[in-house]
Design a protein around this ligand. Structure first.
Ligand code: NAD
Length: 386
């Protein structure tokens, strides 16, 4: 038997009677609604405005962080553009310069670094070098009269941090430490929740930041000021301080340096530490270079808790807020941490404001880390020097 003919749209609607007729009337007017966007573009397209002024940046040290995170972030930043590169490897710097539109005249090495002073296209310098080099290159950058953003940990010790702050003051230029989590919305939301005391007063804080580090790596070198505490433990410590909005008074700590593993000849594999805050709030933290990746914290309040999973990662934060009655996962649009951090500093430079994480913030962490290192050696509770 031949297949029945497929009805046309008109036949089908006609068969529907009076109801069909009114539908047809509706469809007739619907037909006049334009379906393709007018002017061949979405009606709600947001056309970016060119900012009046932007800030030119020099990136110092073209290692993993600079190449994989910081330089790509310029594509997502509003006020920051890369205008110079500093590297000990001229071929690499030239290649990277070609990708990001940095002219040959904007390429420097560690000997010619000070000539940044003569480059009017550079307003800010971002130090992305091994920790032992942060102080020297920050201070030299201030001598070149530039503003400085320095990676964490701020430096190798307290004296270096103090010298960096003093150099910034003397030059009349700004110093910011690259605590990127203070510029991304999940950690900012946690801070807001903590300050609101919606879940009652904070009773304790716990954090863990772990990853496996294989040799060779700057993180395993004592001379380059590596080690898990400054590299990843500092995130736990900094988060405890920003969640509690307080400074620890006393610390105790253990460090584990396995003699059988050659990776840990110069730095510990793991450090665990406890901090006592005013009013008796306790924080317990651990960091390891020999445990599978896991980065999280929990703020334990009297009437609930706040959990941030992947708290210290570049992306993938999961924020859970639990009270006695309900548990909710908050949906927040993520941002590029490095673009947000650099744009904050650019905004401060353009507007003459102080950054949210100035050198003093890095110094506070360094003082606590000094006490943690002493406690791990002495086996005693140590006071944090103020
Ligand atoms: P990396 O080893 O990949 O890069 C270090 C760069 O420094 C390389 O380009 C290297 O050539 C250069 N360098 C110059 N002199 C050197 C020397 N004497 N020895 C070794 N390298 C030398 O390291 P990275 O992971 O890019 O880390 C760089 C800095 O960034 C560190 O301070 C680290 O703590 C920080 N960091 C921060 C984050 C963050 O999320 N904010 C993430 C990773 C690293």
């Amino acid at each position: 038997m031949p297949a029945p003919p497929i009805s046309s749209r008109r036949d089908f609607l006609g068969a529907a009677g009076a109801w069909g007729a009114s539908m047809m009337a509706g469809l007739a007017s619907a037909d006049s609604v334009p379906l393709a966007p007018p002017d061949k573009q979405p009606v709600d397209v947001a056309i970016p405005e060119k900012p009046e002024k932007t800030v030119g940046w020099a990136i110092v040290g073209l290692g993993k962080l600079a190449l994989e995170e910081i330089l790509p972030a310029f594509g997502r930043s509003r006020l920051s553009r890369v205008t110079a590169l500093v590297s000990g490897h001229p071929d690499k710097a030239k290649k990277v310069g070609e990708v990001y539109g940095v002219p040959d005249s904007g390429i420097y090495n560690y000997e010619t670094y000070d000539r940044l002073a003569d480059n009017p296209d550079v307003d800010a310098i971002y130090i992305v070098l091994p920790n032992s080099m942060h102080a020297e290159y920050t201070i030299r950058g201030f001598k070149a009269k530039k503003h400085l953003l320095c990676e964490k940990p701020m430096a190798a010790n307290v004296a270096e941090c103090e010298a960096m702050i003093a150099a910034g003051r003397e030059a009349g230029r700004k110093l910011m430490i690259a605590y990127r989590l203070r510029y991304e919305p999940f950690n900012k939301k946690v801070i807001e929740l903590c300050r609101s005391e919606e879940l009652g007063p904070i009773q304790s804080f716990s954090a863990s930041n772990c990853q496996v580090v294989e040799a060779p790596n700057i993180r395993l070198s004592g001379e380059l000021a590596g080690g898990p505490l400054g590299d990843i433990g500092v995130y736990c410590l900094n988060a405890a301080r920003y969640c509690l909005d307080a400074e620890p008074i006393e610390v105790s700590a253990f460090a584990h340096q396995p003699e059988t593993d050659p990776r840990f000849r110069e730095v510990p594999a793991a450090v665990s530490f406890a901090m006592k805050f005013p009013g008796g709030v306790l924080a317990t933290c651990d960091c390891s270079f020999n445990a599978s990746e896991s980065r999280r914290y929990r703020v334990q309040c009297q009437k609930g808790f706040i959990d941030l999973e992947n708290a210290f990662s570049y992306e993938g934060q999961i924020l859970t807020v639990a009270s006695e009655k309900r548990r909710a996962q908050l949906q927040i649009a993520p941002v590029d941490h490095f673009a947000a951090e650099m744009d904050h500093f650019s905004e401060c430079i353009l507007g003459g404001n102080e950054p949210r994480t100035p050198g003093e913030e890095g110094l506070k962490d360094m003082k606590v880390m000094a006490a943690i290192e002493t406690a791990a050696k002495s086996g005693r509770v140590e006071r944090v020097c103020s």
